[in-house]
Design a protein around this ligand. Sequence first.
Ligand code: DC
Length: 663
Amino acid sequence: MFSTAFLDIPALQGASGTVTLPGSKSISNRVLLLSALCQGTTVVHDLLDSDDTRVMLAALRQLGCGVQVDGTTVTITGLGGRAWPTEAIEFFMGNAGTAMRPLTAALAVQGGDFTLKGVPRMHERPIGDLVDALRELGCSIDYLGNDGYPPLRVRQPTLRLDKPIPVRGDVSSQFLTALLMALPLAAQDRAITIEVVGELISKPYIEITLNLLARYGIAVERQGWESFFIPAGSRYQSPGSIHVEADASSASYFIALGAIANGSGIRIQGVGADSIQGDIRFMDAAAQMGAQITSGPNWLEIQRGAWPLKGITLDCNHIPDAAMTLAVMALYADGPTTLRNIASWRVKETDRIVAMATESRKLGATVEEGPDWITIHPLPTGKWQSASIHTYDDHRVAMCFSLAAFNADQIPVRIEDPKCVAKTFPDYFEALFSVAYTAAHNIPVICIDGPTASGKGTLASRVAAALGYNYLDSGALYRVTAHAALQAGLTLEAADEAAIAALARHLPVRFEGEQVLLSNVDVTDAIRSEQGGMNASKVSVLPAVREALVQLQHSFQRLPGLLADGRDMGTVIFPNAPLKVFLTASAAKRAERRHKQLILKGFSANIESLRADLEARDARDMSRSVAPLKPAQDALQLDNSSLTIEASVEQVMVWWQSRQVFG
Ligand code: DC
């Protein structure tokens, strides 16, 4: 997840492969509760792992449900046909609205002795409309704090189901959802009617509820959006197994990607054409523009069809969120695209009509807009401009414009505040980069080298974090190679050069944050010791070993960019890197820093001898015949003797920014 102020997306050339999208929150918690109310076992696949679902799972366990979690697959053994708990139970609902509301309704209808509490914020979230409706039908619910708010105490009801149950629909559709999911419990021998008071908001969410109820054997009938009937004899029936769909609006970016990008196609795992989410209809619009889409249960496959895409005119009222993605597809079309009936764009996270128009114009596009429509003209080759895309704290603006990186002019795109995608899709850019590809020369590399203890590792990893780039600690590769060689019983001398090189060529090394794993064993501490450094120094003078590690080092040059730290990064491994930094500090300063480090770690150390060691090592490193320590010809020197690490990072960022095309 990017924590950067901006993310520069290199010009992209194609995309192929599979993305698995996170499960929808609203579907996850509905499915859990319905599975719990069934008789028998339901295997729930692709459950979203979030605070809200954890709260629900904990509550279901307390009720006596069987809950077995295996990654994103959860097996629920329902309460149907089993004894309903009679002992007093206190539930902690955290701040999970999607758990609190439906669970309250189910518990109140079924009855018992239950207390439902949450975090302080939960006790400020209104639940009065739901409690009123439940009391109307004979449930016994008391407020333990303020009237209208949790915490609540639920007791045994005396149900009166002969007349319609009124519920307000204009505050939160979750109240109606809660009743719809709970009342089948009471509909064994009589039909039940719910009447919505006020204009029902968020109808697509009620559709999701009705769809899921149908999957669990409850066929609710409705008259418009005012009356809902639960037929007599309704009984929850487990579907056996059920997939939680991925968020359909998140899927729109990858549907568009498949339509725009060269390659062998994109497969989206987690949502299919039969999705119960309204936004899935985006796929029809994308197909109209040229996407070739096939679908199965829980998956979509998209390929480029018509190219350029076809400009369309479309009423987008039914897919307000996903329709933004069409605006970016329009840049790749053969004629203008007009999206109509999108007045709601003006009142979302930001005024999305203004945002999409302004940012598209920055890229060079001609855009017309009206109160509830937008027309985007395609951008031909030669007309694309480099742009820094402002994202207005709107996740969808950020995700949409990432797709501009496929432009024919091969210009990179800067996305400001990329972390705003966390609202719905924290790993969006990681998912994009896992399927997108481009030529190596489009993926920027920054090389940082310098003498031992100059702080290059710290500097390189900080700059990598600031840019959202990958990080290659090439010294660690030599350290791991030496470690592996010793483990294999080899010496680190020239006599074993070929054998060490053979090991290095297929080094089973993996980096996980600060950790270094060799064949899945954590070797971080072993290789970071002084001895580890000395061993690395020995194998690093063997030319065959250096040659054997070239390919592995090149493989770190992945989207969106790379910080490469070490000896020959700028001279041998990435000679065309657009920025090379040679970091120095006086021997006295480096000795002082190392001394501090050692003391902090609890070792005793002497500054004078540390300094002598460093100077001797510098002399050796500079005069050795294989990969001597020397700045690349085009390297910028940075003496950080009197700079803080922050100031050094700042300097490298200034150098980097001055080489970028963004305004
Ligand atoms: O940067 P470091 O201390 O982890 O490096 C360990 C040894 O490996 C050091 O002697 C320099 C050598 N090395 C090298 O020869 N080439 C590199 N690209 C990186 C490190």
